[in-house]
Design a protein around this ligand. Structure first.
Ligand code: GLC
Ligand code: CA
Length: 572
Protein backbone atom coordinates (compact mmCIF):
# COMPACT_ATOMS: atom_id res chain seq x y z
CA UNK A 1 0.00 0.00 0.00
CA UNK A 2 1.29 3.39 -0.95
CA UNK A 3 1.51 5.89 1.82
CA UNK A 4 -0.31 9.10 1.01
CA UNK A 5 -0.39 12.18 3.06
CA UNK A 6 -3.51 12.39 5.16
CA UNK A 7 -4.76 15.87 4.43
CA UNK A 8 -7.91 16.20 6.43
CA UNK A 9 -9.20 13.21 8.32
CA UNK A 10 -12.75 13.74 9.43
CA UNK A 11 -14.51 17.01 9.49
CA UNK A 12 -15.07 18.64 12.81
CA UNK A 13 -18.75 18.26 13.61
CA UNK A 14 -19.10 22.05 13.74
CA UNK A 15 -18.09 22.32 10.06
CA UNK A 16 -21.01 20.15 9.05
CA UNK A 17 -23.96 22.13 7.78
CA UNK A 18 -27.21 20.91 6.23
CA UNK A 19 -26.92 23.51 3.49
CA UNK A 20 -23.52 22.12 2.48
CA UNK A 21 -24.94 18.64 2.20
CA UNK A 22 -28.03 19.75 0.24
CA UNK A 23 -28.79 20.01 -3.45
CA UNK A 24 -30.79 23.08 -4.50
CA UNK A 25 -33.28 23.06 -7.36
CA UNK A 26 -34.23 26.37 -8.94
CA UNK A 27 -37.79 26.88 -10.15
CA UNK A 28 -38.66 29.66 -12.57
CA UNK A 29 -42.38 29.64 -11.77
CA UNK A 30 -43.55 31.27 -14.99
CA UNK A 31 -42.23 28.33 -17.00
CA UNK A 32 -42.54 25.37 -14.66
CA UNK A 33 -46.17 24.19 -14.69
CA UNK A 34 -49.40 25.95 -15.57
CA UNK A 35 -52.40 24.68 -13.60
CA UNK A 36 -55.22 26.79 -15.07
CA UNK A 37 -54.59 27.00 -18.80
CA UNK A 38 -53.63 30.69 -19.04
CA UNK A 39 -50.24 29.74 -20.46
CA UNK A 40 -48.32 30.94 -17.40
CA UNK A 41 -46.83 28.67 -14.78
CA UNK A 42 -48.15 29.17 -11.26
CA UNK A 43 -47.96 28.12 -7.61
CA UNK A 44 -50.60 25.41 -7.87
CA UNK A 45 -48.56 24.01 -10.75
CA UNK A 46 -45.52 23.82 -8.49
CA UNK A 47 -47.49 22.11 -5.73
CA UNK A 48 -48.66 19.52 -8.28
CA UNK A 49 -45.07 18.72 -9.17
CA UNK A 50 -43.43 18.51 -5.76
CA UNK A 51 -43.45 14.73 -5.94
CA UNK A 52 -41.38 14.97 -9.09
CA UNK A 53 -38.73 16.94 -7.19
CA UNK A 54 -38.88 14.48 -4.33
CA UNK A 55 -38.31 11.70 -6.83
CA UNK A 56 -35.29 13.54 -8.20
CA UNK A 57 -33.96 13.74 -4.65
CA UNK A 58 -33.23 17.45 -4.18
CA UNK A 59 -33.49 19.03 -0.74
CA UNK A 60 -34.16 22.71 -1.30
CA UNK A 61 -36.20 24.69 -3.80
CA UNK A 62 -35.11 28.19 -4.76
CA UNK A 63 -38.16 29.95 -6.06
CA UNK A 64 -37.58 32.81 -8.49
CA UNK A 65 -39.76 35.79 -7.46
CA UNK A 66 -43.48 35.18 -6.96
CA UNK A 67 -44.36 38.60 -5.53
CA UNK A 68 -46.68 41.24 -6.96
CA UNK A 69 -44.98 42.71 -10.00
CA UNK A 70 -45.77 44.49 -13.26
CA UNK A 71 -43.39 41.98 -14.86
CA UNK A 72 -41.07 44.28 -16.71
CA UNK A 73 -38.34 41.79 -15.75
CA UNK A 74 -40.52 38.75 -14.98
CA UNK A 75 -40.96 39.37 -11.28
CA UNK A 76 -37.53 40.84 -10.55
CA UNK A 77 -39.35 44.19 -10.42
CA UNK A 78 -41.44 43.97 -7.27
CA UNK A 79 -44.31 46.31 -6.43
CA UNK A 80 -45.39 44.54 -3.22
CA UNK A 81 -43.10 42.20 -1.30
CA UNK A 82 -45.89 40.80 0.82
CA UNK A 83 -48.39 39.68 -1.76
CA UNK A 84 -48.35 37.14 -4.57
CA UNK A 85 -48.34 38.00 -8.28
CA UNK A 86 -51.91 37.51 -9.49
CA UNK A 87 -50.85 35.38 -12.44
CA UNK A 88 -49.15 32.97 -10.03
CA UNK A 89 -52.07 32.64 -7.59
CA UNK A 90 -52.84 33.79 -4.06
CA UNK A 91 -51.19 33.83 -0.66
CA UNK A 92 -53.32 30.78 0.20
CA UNK A 93 -51.79 28.98 -2.77
CA UNK A 94 -48.38 29.94 -1.45
CA UNK A 95 -49.13 28.68 2.06
CA UNK A 96 -50.43 25.44 0.61
CA UNK A 97 -47.31 25.00 -1.50
CA UNK A 98 -45.04 25.71 1.46
CA UNK A 99 -46.88 23.23 3.67
CA UNK A 100 -46.88 20.58 0.93
CA UNK A 101 -43.15 21.08 0.41
CA UNK A 102 -42.44 20.81 4.14
CA UNK A 103 -44.58 17.67 4.35
CA UNK A 104 -42.19 16.13 1.85
CA UNK A 105 -39.08 17.36 3.62
CA UNK A 106 -38.37 19.97 0.95
CA UNK A 107 -37.23 23.43 1.99
CA UNK A 108 -38.24 26.66 0.25
CA UNK A 109 -35.78 29.48 -0.34
CA UNK A 110 -37.26 32.78 -1.54
CA UNK A 111 -35.72 35.15 -4.04
CA UNK A 112 -35.00 38.41 -2.26
CA UNK A 113 -34.80 41.32 -4.70
CA UNK A 114 -33.89 44.36 -2.67
CA UNK A 115 -31.24 46.18 -4.65
CA UNK A 116 -34.22 47.75 -6.40
CA UNK A 117 -38.01 47.71 -6.46
CA UNK A 118 -40.47 48.23 -9.28
CA UNK A 119 -41.19 51.86 -10.17
CA UNK A 120 -44.77 50.90 -9.33
CA UNK A 121 -43.89 50.13 -5.73
CA UNK A 122 -45.72 52.64 -3.46
CA UNK A 123 -42.34 53.83 -2.09
CA UNK A 124 -41.19 54.91 -5.54
CA UNK A 125 -44.58 56.33 -6.51
CA UNK A 126 -44.17 58.61 -3.48
CA UNK A 127 -40.45 59.19 -3.96
CA UNK A 128 -40.78 60.69 -7.41
CA UNK A 129 -43.57 63.09 -6.37
CA UNK A 130 -41.39 65.81 -4.88
CA UNK A 131 -37.96 66.53 -3.47
CA UNK A 132 -39.33 66.76 0.06
CA UNK A 133 -41.53 63.69 -0.02
CA UNK A 134 -40.85 61.47 3.03
CA UNK A 135 -39.91 58.63 0.62
CA UNK A 136 -37.61 60.74 -1.53
CA UNK A 137 -34.50 59.37 0.12
CA UNK A 138 -35.61 55.73 -0.30
CA UNK A 139 -34.08 55.88 -3.79
CA UNK A 140 -30.97 57.37 -5.36
CA UNK A 141 -31.61 60.79 -6.87
CA UNK A 142 -28.88 62.97 -8.35
CA UNK A 143 -28.56 66.21 -10.31
CA UNK A 144 -27.32 65.92 -13.87
CA UNK A 145 -23.77 66.87 -14.82
CA UNK A 146 -23.40 69.41 -17.66
CA UNK A 147 -26.91 68.64 -18.83
CA UNK A 148 -26.16 64.92 -18.93
CA UNK A 149 -26.36 61.86 -16.69
CA UNK A 150 -24.51 62.09 -13.35
CA UNK A 151 -21.96 59.48 -14.52
CA UNK A 152 -21.34 56.90 -17.26
CA UNK A 153 -22.73 53.84 -15.49
CA UNK A 154 -24.72 51.57 -17.79
CA UNK A 155 -27.84 49.60 -17.08
CA UNK A 156 -27.52 45.81 -17.22
CA UNK A 157 -30.26 45.96 -19.84
CA UNK A 158 -28.68 48.52 -22.23
CA UNK A 159 -28.38 52.30 -22.14
CA UNK A 160 -27.58 54.54 -19.21
CA UNK A 161 -28.26 53.52 -15.62
CA UNK A 162 -29.79 56.95 -15.00
CA UNK A 163 -33.28 58.07 -15.90
CA UNK A 164 -34.29 61.71 -16.01
CA UNK A 165 -37.52 62.46 -14.23
CA UNK A 166 -39.30 65.57 -15.61
CA UNK A 167 -41.30 66.09 -12.47
CA UNK A 168 -38.44 67.08 -10.18
CA UNK A 169 -35.82 67.48 -12.91
CA UNK A 170 -33.39 65.05 -11.37
CA UNK A 171 -32.07 61.63 -12.33
CA UNK A 172 -32.74 58.38 -10.49
CA UNK A 173 -30.41 55.39 -10.62
CA UNK A 174 -31.51 52.05 -12.12
CA UNK A 175 -28.73 49.50 -12.57
CA UNK A 176 -31.36 47.32 -14.26
CA UNK A 177 -34.40 48.48 -16.25
CA UNK A 178 -35.96 51.95 -16.01
CA UNK A 179 -38.75 50.21 -14.14
CA UNK A 180 -36.31 48.95 -11.48
CA UNK A 181 -35.10 52.00 -9.51
CA UNK A 182 -32.29 51.25 -7.04
CA UNK A 183 -33.07 51.51 -3.34
CA UNK A 184 -30.90 53.73 -1.18
CA UNK A 185 -29.40 51.32 1.34
CA UNK A 186 -27.58 54.13 3.11
CA UNK A 187 -30.99 55.17 4.42
CA UNK A 188 -31.61 53.32 7.67
CA UNK A 189 -35.36 53.45 7.14
CA UNK A 190 -34.96 51.46 3.90
CA UNK A 191 -32.87 48.83 5.64
CA UNK A 192 -35.40 48.46 8.42
CA UNK A 193 -38.28 48.12 5.94
CA UNK A 194 -36.36 45.33 4.20
CA UNK A 195 -35.56 43.55 7.48
CA UNK A 196 -39.19 43.77 8.64
CA UNK A 197 -40.35 42.27 5.36
CA UNK A 198 -37.77 39.48 5.59
CA UNK A 199 -38.83 38.71 9.15
CA UNK A 200 -42.44 38.49 8.01
CA UNK A 201 -41.44 35.77 5.53
CA UNK A 202 -39.31 33.99 8.11
CA UNK A 203 -42.28 33.97 10.45
CA UNK A 204 -44.27 32.33 7.69
CA UNK A 205 -41.79 29.47 7.84
CA UNK A 206 -39.69 29.85 4.70
CA UNK A 207 -36.20 28.40 4.85
CA UNK A 208 -33.91 31.04 3.46
CA UNK A 209 -33.14 33.63 0.84
CA UNK A 210 -31.35 33.81 -2.48
CA UNK A 211 -30.31 37.45 -2.57
CA UNK A 212 -30.53 39.07 -5.96
CA UNK A 213 -27.44 41.15 -6.93
CA UNK A 214 -26.74 41.70 -3.26
CA UNK A 215 -23.15 42.75 -4.05
CA UNK A 216 -24.53 45.95 -5.61
CA UNK A 217 -26.54 47.41 -2.72
CA UNK A 218 -23.90 49.80 -1.37
CA UNK A 219 -22.89 52.52 -3.81
CA UNK A 220 -19.66 54.51 -3.56
CA UNK A 221 -20.36 57.97 -2.18
CA UNK A 222 -18.82 59.87 -5.11
CA UNK A 223 -20.32 57.88 -8.02
CA UNK A 224 -17.15 57.81 -10.14
CA UNK A 225 -17.20 57.01 -13.88
CA UNK A 226 -16.18 53.49 -14.88
CA UNK A 227 -14.49 52.00 -17.93
CA UNK A 228 -16.82 52.15 -20.93
CA UNK A 229 -17.76 48.92 -22.70
CA UNK A 230 -18.93 48.02 -26.21
CA UNK A 231 -22.10 50.18 -26.01
CA UNK A 232 -20.31 53.20 -24.54
CA UNK A 233 -21.37 52.70 -20.92
CA UNK A 234 -19.62 51.26 -17.89
CA UNK A 235 -20.81 47.88 -16.59
CA UNK A 236 -23.87 47.72 -14.35
CA UNK A 237 -21.61 45.91 -11.88
CA UNK A 238 -19.38 48.97 -11.55
CA UNK A 239 -20.56 49.63 -7.95
CA UNK A 240 -20.02 46.00 -6.84
CA UNK A 241 -18.71 45.36 -3.31
CA UNK A 242 -19.36 48.94 -2.24
CA UNK A 243 -18.11 50.56 0.95
CA UNK A 244 -20.86 49.40 3.33
CA UNK A 245 -22.04 46.13 1.85
CA UNK A 246 -20.50 43.93 4.55
CA UNK A 247 -21.70 46.18 7.33
CA UNK A 248 -25.27 45.96 5.98
CA UNK A 249 -25.16 42.20 5.61
CA UNK A 250 -23.84 41.82 9.14
CA UNK A 251 -26.69 43.98 10.33
CA UNK A 252 -29.14 41.81 8.36
CA UNK A 253 -27.60 38.71 9.93
CA UNK A 254 -28.30 40.09 13.42
CA UNK A 255 -31.72 41.53 12.77
CA UNK A 256 -33.12 38.77 10.57
CA UNK A 257 -31.07 35.77 9.59
CA UNK A 258 -30.02 34.61 13.02
CA UNK A 259 -33.68 34.20 13.97
CA UNK A 260 -33.88 30.94 12.01
CA UNK A 261 -31.70 28.22 10.56
CA UNK A 262 -31.73 29.62 7.04
CA UNK A 263 -29.89 28.96 3.80
CA UNK A 264 -28.58 32.23 2.42
CA UNK A 265 -26.93 32.63 -0.93
CA UNK A 266 -25.81 35.93 -2.35
CA UNK A 267 -25.88 36.56 -6.07
CA UNK A 268 -22.62 38.45 -6.23
CA UNK A 269 -22.02 40.05 -9.60
CA UNK A 270 -18.50 41.45 -9.78
CA UNK A 271 -17.29 39.60 -6.68
CA UNK A 272 -13.60 38.84 -6.24
CA UNK A 273 -12.21 35.92 -4.29
CA UNK A 274 -11.13 38.21 -1.46
CA UNK A 275 -14.59 39.74 -1.25
CA UNK A 276 -16.29 36.33 -1.39
CA UNK A 277 -14.35 35.29 1.69
CA UNK A 278 -16.18 38.05 3.53
CA UNK A 279 -19.66 37.49 2.07
CA UNK A 280 -19.59 33.76 2.72
CA UNK A 281 -17.17 33.56 5.61
CA UNK A 282 -17.55 30.39 7.62
CA UNK A 283 -17.68 32.46 10.83
CA UNK A 284 -21.34 32.88 9.90
CA UNK A 285 -21.49 36.65 10.19
CA UNK A 286 -22.89 37.30 6.70
CA UNK A 287 -24.17 34.74 4.16
CA UNK A 288 -23.69 30.99 3.75
CA UNK A 289 -22.45 31.05 0.18
CA UNK A 290 -22.00 33.13 -2.94
CA UNK A 291 -22.99 32.76 -6.55
CA UNK A 292 -20.01 34.12 -8.45
CA UNK A 293 -19.95 34.53 -12.21
CA UNK A 294 -16.34 34.47 -13.25
CA UNK A 295 -16.72 31.10 -14.96
CA UNK A 296 -19.79 32.38 -16.82
CA UNK A 297 -17.59 34.98 -18.46
CA UNK A 298 -15.17 32.55 -20.09
CA UNK A 299 -17.05 33.03 -23.34
CA UNK A 300 -17.47 36.81 -22.98
CA UNK A 301 -15.23 39.34 -24.68
CA UNK A 302 -14.19 42.28 -22.51
CA UNK A 303 -17.41 42.22 -20.59
CA UNK A 304 -19.58 41.74 -23.69
CA UNK A 305 -21.58 38.55 -23.25
CA UNK A 306 -23.08 38.60 -26.75
CA UNK A 307 -20.46 36.36 -28.30
CA UNK A 308 -20.88 33.05 -30.05
CA UNK A 309 -17.57 31.51 -29.16
CA UNK A 310 -16.94 28.20 -27.47
CA UNK A 311 -15.09 28.18 -24.18
CA UNK A 312 -11.42 27.48 -23.64
CA UNK A 313 -11.51 24.64 -21.12
CA UNK A 314 -8.10 25.58 -19.73
CA UNK A 315 -9.45 28.98 -18.74
CA UNK A 316 -12.56 27.39 -17.23
CA UNK A 317 -10.44 25.01 -15.14
CA UNK A 318 -8.18 27.81 -13.99
CA UNK A 319 -11.12 29.89 -12.78
CA UNK A 320 -13.03 27.08 -11.09
CA UNK A 321 -9.86 25.83 -9.45
CA UNK A 322 -9.11 29.29 -8.14
CA UNK A 323 -12.54 29.34 -6.46
CA UNK A 324 -12.28 25.76 -5.22
CA UNK A 325 -8.89 26.28 -3.60
CA UNK A 326 -9.50 29.88 -2.62
CA UNK A 327 -12.59 29.27 -0.52
CA UNK A 328 -11.52 25.92 0.92
CA UNK A 329 -11.85 25.98 4.68
CA UNK A 330 -12.76 29.66 4.87
CA UNK A 331 -15.99 30.14 2.92
CA UNK A 332 -18.38 28.13 0.75
CA UNK A 333 -19.06 27.89 -3.00
CA UNK A 334 -22.28 27.54 -4.93
CA UNK A 335 -21.85 25.24 -7.91
CA UNK A 336 -23.80 26.01 -11.05
CA UNK A 337 -23.71 25.83 -14.83
CA UNK A 338 -27.20 27.23 -15.33
CA UNK A 339 -29.82 29.52 -13.93
CA UNK A 340 -32.62 31.64 -15.38
CA UNK A 341 -30.08 34.17 -16.67
CA UNK A 342 -27.87 31.76 -18.59
CA UNK A 343 -28.31 29.72 -21.76
CA UNK A 344 -28.53 25.94 -21.46
CA UNK A 345 -25.25 24.33 -20.46
CA UNK A 346 -25.50 21.37 -22.85
CA UNK A 347 -25.58 23.79 -25.75
CA UNK A 348 -22.92 26.04 -24.29
CA UNK A 349 -20.32 23.75 -22.72
CA UNK A 350 -21.41 20.35 -24.02
CA UNK A 351 -22.91 19.23 -27.31
CA UNK A 352 -26.64 19.39 -28.00
CA UNK A 353 -26.71 17.20 -31.10
CA UNK A 354 -28.86 14.10 -30.73
CA UNK A 355 -25.74 11.96 -30.63
CA UNK A 356 -24.09 13.70 -27.69
CA UNK A 357 -26.81 15.57 -25.83
CA UNK A 358 -27.35 12.97 -23.11
CA UNK A 359 -23.70 12.07 -22.77
CA UNK A 360 -22.57 15.65 -22.45
CA UNK A 361 -25.40 16.58 -20.07
CA UNK A 362 -24.26 13.79 -17.76
CA UNK A 363 -20.63 14.77 -18.15
CA UNK A 364 -21.38 18.34 -17.08
CA UNK A 365 -23.41 17.05 -14.15
CA UNK A 366 -20.55 14.84 -13.00
CA UNK A 367 -18.00 17.61 -13.30
CA UNK A 368 -20.06 20.02 -11.22
CA UNK A 369 -21.60 17.77 -8.59
CA UNK A 370 -18.27 16.28 -7.54
CA UNK A 371 -16.71 19.67 -6.74
CA UNK A 372 -16.76 21.29 -3.34
CA UNK A 373 -19.80 23.49 -2.78
CA UNK A 374 -23.57 23.28 -2.86
CA UNK A 375 -24.84 22.23 -6.30
CA UNK A 376 -27.72 24.04 -7.96
CA UNK A 377 -29.87 22.42 -10.61
CA UNK A 378 -31.89 24.75 -12.80
CA UNK A 379 -35.24 23.35 -13.92
CA UNK A 380 -34.84 21.16 -16.97
CA UNK A 381 -31.09 20.80 -16.55
CA UNK A 382 -31.80 17.37 -15.06
CA UNK A 383 -33.24 16.39 -18.45
CA UNK A 384 -30.43 17.95 -20.44
CA UNK A 385 -32.79 20.57 -21.88
CA UNK A 386 -31.10 22.52 -24.68
CA UNK A 387 -31.02 25.98 -26.21
CA UNK A 388 -34.00 26.90 -28.34
CA UNK A 389 -34.23 27.44 -32.11
CA UNK A 390 -35.76 30.91 -31.80
CA UNK A 391 -36.67 32.59 -35.10
CA UNK A 392 -36.79 36.39 -35.29
CA UNK A 393 -36.73 38.96 -32.51
CA UNK A 394 -40.52 38.51 -32.06
CA UNK A 395 -39.86 35.08 -30.54
CA UNK A 396 -37.93 36.60 -27.63
CA UNK A 397 -39.57 37.83 -24.41
CA UNK A 398 -36.60 38.88 -22.28
CA UNK A 399 -36.03 42.62 -22.05
CA UNK A 400 -32.28 42.08 -21.78
CA UNK A 401 -32.22 40.32 -25.15
CA UNK A 402 -34.68 42.66 -26.86
CA UNK A 403 -32.95 45.83 -25.65
CA UNK A 404 -29.53 44.52 -26.61
CA UNK A 405 -30.81 43.59 -30.07
CA UNK A 406 -32.02 47.12 -30.79
CA UNK A 407 -29.12 48.87 -29.11
CA UNK A 408 -26.32 46.91 -30.77
CA UNK A 409 -27.92 46.71 -34.23
CA UNK A 410 -28.80 50.41 -34.20
CA UNK A 411 -25.26 51.30 -33.14
CA UNK A 412 -24.01 49.10 -35.97
CA UNK A 413 -22.01 46.85 -33.63
CA UNK A 414 -23.67 43.78 -35.23
CA UNK A 415 -25.95 43.24 -38.22
CA UNK A 416 -29.44 41.92 -37.49
CA UNK A 417 -28.84 38.32 -38.51
CA UNK A 418 -25.55 38.27 -36.67
CA UNK A 419 -27.18 39.61 -33.51
CA UNK A 420 -30.01 37.07 -33.74
CA UNK A 421 -27.44 34.32 -33.97
CA UNK A 422 -25.80 35.62 -30.80
CA UNK A 423 -29.16 35.86 -29.05
CA UNK A 424 -29.96 32.27 -29.97
CA UNK A 425 -26.70 31.28 -28.34
CA UNK A 426 -26.70 33.48 -25.25
CA UNK A 427 -30.18 34.82 -24.55
CA UNK A 428 -31.67 34.24 -21.11
CA UNK A 429 -34.83 33.09 -22.90
CA UNK A 430 -33.04 29.82 -23.71
CA UNK A 431 -33.56 28.89 -20.07
CA UNK A 432 -37.08 30.24 -19.86
CA UNK A 433 -39.06 28.14 -22.31
CA UNK A 434 -41.62 25.78 -20.72
CA UNK A 435 -40.45 22.81 -18.73
CA UNK A 436 -40.76 19.68 -20.87
CA UNK A 437 -43.02 17.37 -18.88
CA UNK A 438 -44.10 14.94 -21.59
CA UNK A 439 -44.62 14.55 -25.34
CA UNK A 440 -48.19 15.87 -25.41
CA UNK A 441 -49.02 19.29 -26.88
CA UNK A 442 -46.96 22.13 -25.38
CA UNK A 443 -44.82 19.54 -23.62
CA UNK A 444 -47.55 19.08 -21.01
CA UNK A 445 -46.78 22.51 -19.58
CA UNK A 446 -50.14 24.13 -20.31
CA UNK A 447 -53.49 23.47 -21.89
CA UNK A 448 -53.52 27.04 -23.19
CA UNK A 449 -51.09 29.06 -25.26
CA UNK A 450 -47.69 29.26 -23.54
CA UNK A 451 -46.33 32.75 -22.85
CA UNK A 452 -43.12 31.86 -24.71
CA UNK A 453 -42.53 29.19 -27.34
CA UNK A 454 -41.92 25.59 -26.38
CA UNK A 455 -38.67 24.03 -27.51
CA UNK A 456 -39.72 21.75 -30.40
CA UNK A 457 -37.44 18.97 -29.15
CA UNK A 458 -39.88 18.16 -26.30
CA UNK A 459 -41.07 15.03 -28.06
CA UNK A 460 -37.64 13.54 -27.54
CA UNK A 461 -36.50 15.36 -24.39
CA UNK A 462 -39.11 15.25 -21.64
CA UNK A 463 -39.46 14.18 -18.02
CA UNK A 464 -41.99 11.41 -18.59
CA UNK A 465 -39.72 9.58 -21.01
CA UNK A 466 -36.68 9.98 -18.78
CA UNK A 467 -38.19 9.08 -15.44
CA UNK A 468 -38.84 5.55 -16.53
CA UNK A 469 -35.51 4.96 -18.22
CA UNK A 470 -32.53 3.71 -16.28
CA UNK A 471 -29.83 5.39 -18.35
CA UNK A 472 -31.55 8.76 -18.77
CA UNK A 473 -30.08 12.10 -17.71
CA UNK A 474 -32.76 12.30 -15.01
CA UNK A 475 -31.73 8.92 -13.56
CA UNK A 476 -28.11 9.99 -13.66
CA UNK A 477 -28.89 13.11 -11.62
CA UNK A 478 -30.77 10.94 -9.14
CA UNK A 479 -27.66 8.82 -8.72
CA UNK A 480 -25.37 11.81 -8.27
CA UNK A 481 -27.65 13.24 -5.60
CA UNK A 482 -27.85 9.90 -3.82
CA UNK A 483 -24.06 9.55 -3.85
CA UNK A 484 -23.76 12.92 -2.14
CA UNK A 485 -25.82 11.56 0.76
CA UNK A 486 -23.62 8.47 1.03
CA UNK A 487 -20.12 9.90 0.68
CA UNK A 488 -18.84 12.71 2.87
CA UNK A 489 -15.93 13.13 0.52
CA UNK A 490 -18.21 14.72 -2.08
CA UNK A 491 -19.24 17.42 0.35
CA UNK A 492 -16.16 17.84 2.51
CA UNK A 493 -13.15 16.51 0.61
CA UNK A 494 -10.45 18.92 -0.48
CA UNK A 495 -10.01 19.58 -4.21
CA UNK A 496 -6.94 19.36 -6.45
CA UNK A 497 -6.66 19.86 -10.19
CA UNK A 498 -4.66 17.51 -12.40
CA UNK A 499 -3.55 18.23 -15.99
CA UNK A 500 -4.25 21.99 -15.95
CA UNK A 501 -2.98 22.40 -19.52
CA UNK A 502 -5.10 19.69 -21.11
CA UNK A 503 -7.52 21.35 -23.56
CA UNK A 504 -10.13 18.56 -23.55
CA UNK A 505 -10.07 16.84 -20.18
CA UNK A 506 -11.07 18.20 -16.81
CA UNK A 507 -9.47 15.90 -14.25
CA UNK A 508 -9.50 16.54 -10.52
CA UNK A 509 -9.32 14.75 -7.22
CA UNK A 510 -11.04 15.10 -3.88
CA UNK A 511 -9.40 13.89 -0.70
CA UNK A 512 -10.83 13.12 2.71
CA UNK A 513 -8.78 11.10 5.17
CA UNK A 514 -8.07 7.70 3.63
CA UNK A 515 -10.39 8.28 0.72
CA UNK A 516 -9.75 9.72 -2.67
CA UNK A 517 -12.18 10.53 -5.41
CA UNK A 518 -10.94 10.86 -8.98
CA UNK A 519 -13.10 12.74 -11.46
CA UNK A 520 -12.44 12.62 -15.20
CA UNK A 521 -14.53 14.61 -17.65
CA UNK A 522 -14.03 14.89 -21.39
CA UNK A 523 -15.38 18.22 -22.64
CA UNK A 524 -14.75 17.27 -26.26
CA UNK A 525 -15.58 14.83 -29.01
CA UNK A 526 -11.97 13.71 -29.10
CA UNK A 527 -11.05 10.24 -28.01
CA UNK A 528 -8.16 10.64 -25.56
CA UNK A 529 -5.63 8.39 -23.95
CA UNK A 530 -5.02 9.15 -20.32
CA UNK A 531 -2.30 7.79 -18.07
CA UNK A 532 -3.22 8.15 -14.46
CA UNK A 533 -0.79 9.49 -11.91
CA UNK A 534 0.05 7.46 -8.78
CA UNK A 535 -1.66 6.23 -6.70
CA UNK A 536 -4.56 5.84 -9.10
CA UNK A 537 -4.99 2.89 -11.38
CA UNK A 538 -2.48 0.60 -9.73
CA UNK A 539 -2.22 0.58 -6.00
CA UNK A 540 -5.53 1.89 -5.00
CA UNK A 541 -8.81 0.17 -4.73
CA UNK A 542 -11.95 1.43 -6.38
CA UNK A 543 -14.88 0.98 -4.06
CA UNK A 544 -17.52 2.56 -6.22
CA UNK A 545 -17.86 4.45 -9.47
CA UNK A 546 -20.33 6.38 -11.53
CA UNK A 547 -19.94 7.12 -15.22
CA UNK A 548 -21.87 8.01 -18.33
CA UNK A 549 -20.74 5.03 -20.42
CA UNK A 550 -21.91 1.65 -19.30
CA UNK A 551 -18.48 0.13 -18.98
CA UNK A 552 -16.44 2.92 -17.43
CA UNK A 553 -13.73 1.68 -15.18
CA UNK A 554 -10.15 2.43 -14.57
CA UNK A 555 -6.93 0.85 -15.50
CA UNK A 556 -3.68 2.74 -15.32
CA UNK A 557 -3.97 3.81 -18.94
CA UNK A 558 -7.40 4.55 -20.20
CA UNK A 559 -9.10 5.51 -23.43
CA UNK A 560 -11.42 8.36 -22.63
CA UNK A 561 -14.28 8.49 -25.12
CA UNK A 562 -16.21 11.54 -26.41
CA UNK A 563 -17.84 13.43 -23.54
CA UNK A 564 -17.04 10.57 -21.22
CA UNK A 565 -17.23 11.28 -17.51
CA UNK A 566 -16.51 9.18 -14.48
CA UNK A 567 -16.04 9.57 -10.78
CA UNK A 568 -14.02 6.81 -9.12
CA UNK A 569 -14.15 6.39 -5.37
CA UNK A 570 -10.90 4.98 -3.96
CA UNK A 571 -9.80 3.73 -0.61
CA UNK A 572 -6.07 4.20 -0.45
C1 GLC B 1 -30.45 39.21 -11.16
C2 GLC B 1 -31.48 38.23 -11.62
C3 GLC B 1 -31.94 38.64 -12.99
C4 GLC B 1 -32.55 40.00 -12.91
C5 GLC B 1 -31.61 41.00 -12.25
C6 GLC B 1 -32.35 42.21 -11.81
O1 GLC B 1 -29.30 39.16 -11.89
O2 GLC B 1 -30.99 36.94 -11.56
O3 GLC B 1 -32.85 37.74 -13.56
O4 GLC B 1 -32.90 40.44 -14.18
O5 GLC B 1 -30.98 40.49 -11.11
O6 GLC B 1 -33.17 41.92 -10.72
CA1 CA C 1 -51.43 29.68 -14.82
Amino acid sequence: MIKVEVVNTMKAESDRKWWKESVVYQIYPRSFKDSNGDGIGDLKGITEKLDYLKELGVDVIWLSPVYQSPNDDNGYDISDYQSIMEEFGTMEDFDEMLAAAHDRGLKIVMDLVVNHTSDEHPWFVESRKSKDNPYRDYYIWREGKDGKEPNNWGSCFSGSAWMYDENTQMYFLHLFSKKQPDLNWDNEAVRNEVYDMMNWWIDKGIDGFRMDVISLISKPADFPDGKAGVNGYASFAEPANGPHVHEYLQEMRKKVLDRADTLTVGECSGVTLEEAKKYACSDGTELNMVFQFEHMDVDSEEGNKWTDKKIDLRKMKEILTKWQKGLEGVAWNSLFWENHDQPRSVSRYGNDTEKFQELSAKMLATCLHMMQGTPYIYQGQELGMTNVPFGGIEDFRDLDSINAYYELTEQGVYGKEEMLKRLRYKSRDNARTPFQWDDSENAGFTEGKPWIMVNPNYKRINAKEQMGRENSVFSYYQKLIRLRKEHDIIVYGSYDLLLPEDPDLYVYTRTLGEEKLLVICNFSENERELTLPEPFGTSSEIVKWIGNYEDSGAGRTMQIRPYEAMALFHKI
